[in-house]
Write a protein that binds this ligand. Structure first.
Ligand SMILES: [Zn+2]
Ligand SMILES: [Zn+2]
Ligand SMILES: [Zn+2]
Length: 361
């Protein structure tokens, strides 16, 4: 009787000892892990299930149970409540702040990658830094002043929930996206390009918009997207004159662009004497003429424009707006390339056998 009681007692003591040792090793592991993760303890350590107050190097506090070193524990953050991930972790607040700082530091690169011109400082609705920017097409909008591509992962539930989340690797201008996605507006732009017609105001993404245009000759007129997207001749004066003018002028002008406020060089093509078109540029500050070649054979001006744009892109020149506006620093490159190309008989003129250009200045 007494022997059985002693055995029971001994068994109980041994079990309690084992439990105690297990708890002690969990707590020891907890202390080590807490230290490794950059926390320091700010309160007494009790049992494995008693929350312990901790602080990170920055003084952000959190509570964790020692048991959380084993899978299935959890940590409480004073600012965000229970963390979704149920493990002892490095300070969430610190990580978020570090990622924010990295995002802000990377914003200039982001703006440059997407050709955004920064116009001014703003605040997001949460009080974070934001910037008012303008895209190359002239749309002005506000974005958070962070590079959203950093630390971004597509939501795993994206397809499941049919989430329309913004992909940060896409251009952030929603108006540009609208223009790309509305077929009529996209073909309006393509048609203007094909006809050498300048669109003088930013497209708004609305099909009902009437747009001021400057044709290849230099006529100013207006046309709606609905009429212009498939018009054979977009320019009204040219249409009534019933002649599709040839693209036989190549020009380079410069000045301080009234639209961007930036010293700018503009290259382009025109028709006839090209002067009306150049006058149009002068009205926005691009009044200095560096190169005006008229009477070019069919296709030459257009081809030169295309190869020159490719050349500038290869050299890393960034556009200031539209397709053919570049910082004034690019002027020597632009003029040298164009003169070299035009003088190098890269086109069939049928009259250039003397080695001199048949084209007047
Ligand atoms: Zn912290
Ligand atoms: Zn845009
Ligand atoms: Zn015209």
């Amino acid at each position: 009787m007494s022997t059985a009681h002693d055995e029971d007692h001994e068994h109980g003591v041994r079990t309690r000892l084992l439990m105690l040792r297990a708890e002690q090793s969990v707590i020891a592991a907890f202390r080590v892990r807490v230290y490794e993760l950059g926390w320091s303890l700010r309160g007494p350590v009790g049992g494995v299930n008693d929350p312990v107050k901790m602080a990170c190097g920055e003084g952000h506090t959190a509570n964790a149970k020692p048991i959380s070193v084993l899978a299935g524990g959890f940590i409480l953050d004073s600012q965000v409540g229970p963390l979704p991930q149920a493990e002892l972790e490095a300070c969430f607040t610190c990580r978020r702040k570090r990622e924010e700082a990295e995002g802000i530091a990377a914003f200039p690169k982001y703006a440059s990658d997407f050709d955004l011109w920064v116009l001014g400082d703003e605040k997001t609705q949460y009080g974070g830094p934001a910037k008012t920017v303008r895209c190359l097409a002239g749309h002005v909008f506000t974005v958070p002043a962070v590079d959203p591509r950093l630390h971004w992962k597509p939501s795993p539930h994206r397809d499941l929930l049919d989430l329309k989340e913004q992909n940060p690797h896409e251009h952030p201008c929603s108006t540009c996206k609208l223009i790309r996605d509305v077929p009529k507006i996209a073909s309006f732009k393509a048609n203007a390009d094909a006809q050498g017609t300048m669109i003088l105001e930013p497209l708004t993404g609305r099909v009902s918009q009437r747009v001021a245009i400057c044709c290849i000759v230099g006529h100013l007129s207006q046309i709606g997207i609905n009429q212009g997207h498939d018009a054979e001749v977009m320019c009204r004066p040219c249409r009534t004159g019933r002649t599709a003018p040839p693209h036989d002028v190549f020009y380079v002008v410069s000045g301080t662009d009234a639209v961007t406020g930036v010293p700018t060089v503009k290259l382009g093509i025109s028709s006839g004497a090209g002067h009306k078109r150049l006058e149009q540029h002068a009205t926005v500050g691009l009044s200095q003429r560096h190169l005006v070649r008229t009477g070019l054979p069919h296709g030459v001006a257009r081809t030169l424009e295309a190869v020159l744009l490719t050349h500038l892109a290869k050299e890393g020149w960034k556009r200031t707006r539209g397709d053919e506006y570049f910082p004034a620093e690019a002027l020597p490159t632009v003029v040298a390339f164009a003169e070299n190309w035009l003088g190098a008989d890269q086109f069939e003129t049928g009259a250039a056998s003397e080695g001199t250009s048949p084209l007047g200045p």
